[in-house]
Design a protein around this ligand. Structure first.
Ligand code: GLU
Length: 417
């Protein structure tokens, strides 16, 4: 049956089905793992600055919690749907299992355009949403974190709201918080640092020298911008960057520090000196060695895959490649480091943050980064070895490891009652 790529949940289930086939999972196990465990839809009012009251819809989905409490970010976007949140929750389950951290998968979202909300409207929305989902979240049950269009300040408001209802501070209820209230050193850069580690490992495997490689990065949010900086520091030539205003290109290389400065000052990359403007669609098909999609789902599709020139794709975003494009790229011999492995640095340092909050004992930045490096490189190598043994690609290698771990935990715990 053809997959509807506009439905991220269909894509996520089809990826799972492929792994389940290869693993020979039982019908019962398949049925359990295909469905999210819990889904909460909340409709709630927020008072706007002009005195009007507007209704918003939010979601929190827990896919599987057999390996530990539910974990996953919260996104604010006009595009969020229940099926998208379901897919993202399922991907979180596999992501936590691939890197071997003791969490299940969850995701949340609020349908809104955060760029159209004032700071105080955003605060009231975040606090009310935190209250609405407080029947699910907690330091032992479900621990949210930032995702698209959410940040440490929003996590602080949510943590404060949850704590107000308890009557005492509960820092471990949420990760990605500011340092002042129990955040972790290195969390802000963690996803990008993980991207840097897996890129380095993948380059070694395919015999690519960072200093002779050109990189295109789509997306200039927390993940895209810091990945650009860290890949630049690894020695790569960053030839193109993009944000929602479009892309900027210079085949001779972009000074990433200058681009970060420019974007902060002007609110966008558009007009960056010494670059030529390209559209977001053109950006993906520019000549380069490495492509890093760090924005949203469904960017590399059946429509543009024939024009993709990169030899290595590092999926910093969740779900950037459709299954159709994925198969074509594999046939062409393009190496893809899949999202559930490539961008797992964020949730890994979220795990460190949660552990530090529970223990009230905080680690130095070098300890965080060293532990992150060992988890990411070990996970990358385990996935690569699995893929080689099974004569498959890295995505399937990652799925085989992750799904087997979750299935084992589910099997051992048994069906209640
Ligand atoms: N939102 C991030 C992700 O997609 C981080 C989740 C977390 O830290 O819990 O992996």
């Amino acid at each position: 049956m053809a997959i509807n790529i506009d439905n991220a949940y269909d894509v996520a289930v089809s990826q799972f089905d492929e792994a389940a086939d290869r693993l020979g999972l039982s019908q019962a196990m398949r049925a359990i793992l295909r469905k999210p465990k819990r889904e909460l839809i909340v409709n709630f009012p927020v008072r706007m600055d002009n005195g009007d009251v507007e209704m918003f819809t939010g979601y929190r989905v827990q896919h599987n919690i057999n390996r530990g409490p539910a974990k996953g970010g919260i996104r604010f976007s006009p595009e969020v749907s229940l099926d998208e949140v379901r897919a993202l929750a399922m991907w979180m389950t596999w992501k936590c299992a691939v890197v071997g951290i003791p969490f299940g998968g969850a995701k949340g979202g609020v349908l809104c355009d955060p760029h159209k909300l004032s700071r105080s409207e955003l605060e009231r929305l975040a606090r009310r949403y935190a209250t609405e989902i407080s029947i699910l979240i907690g330091p032992n049950s479900d621990i949210p974190a930032p995702d698209m269009n959410t940040n440490p300040q929003i996590m602080a408001w949510m943590m404060d709201t949850f704590s107000m209802h308890q009557g005492y501070s509960v820092p471990a209820v949420i990760t990605g918080k500011p340092l002042a209230i129990g955040g972790s050193e290195g969390r802000l850069e963690a996803t990008a640092r993980g991207i840097q580690f897996v890129t380095r490992e993948a380059m070694i495997d395919i015999g690519m020298n960072p200093e002779e490689s050109s990189v295109v990065i789509q997306g200039f949010g927390n993940v895209g911008a810091i990945s650009a900086r860290l890949l630049y520091e690894l020695g790569c030539k960053i030839v193109a960057l993009s944000d929602i205003s479009g892309g900027v290109y210079n085949p001779n290389g972009i000074d990433v520090h200058q681009a970060m400065h420019y974007s902060k000052e002007h609110g966008a990359l558009r007009g960056l000196p010494n670059t030529e403007a390209v559209t977001n669609a053109e950006l993906l098909t520019l000549p380069c060695d490495v492509l890093v999609p760090a924005a949203i789902e469904n960017q590399i599709t059946g429509k543009n895959v024939s024009q993709i020139k990169a030899r290595l794709i590092i999926e910093a975003a969740n779900g950037p490649t459709t299954p159709e494009a994925d198969h074509i790229l594999n046939d062409r011999g393009v190496t893809i480091v899949p999202d559930i492995l490539a961008n797992a640095g964020g949730v890994t340092v979220s795990y460190f943050e949660w552990v530090q909050d529970l223990q009230r004992f905080f680690w130095a930045e070098h300890e965080i980064n060293d532990r992150l490096e060992s988890i990411m490189t070990r996970a990358y190598r385990a996935v690569r070895n699995k893929a080689q043994q099974q004569e498959t690609n890295l995505r399937m290698g990652a799925y085989l490891l992750a799904v087997a771990r979750v299935a084992e935990a589910t099997e051992i715990r048994g069906v209640y009652p």
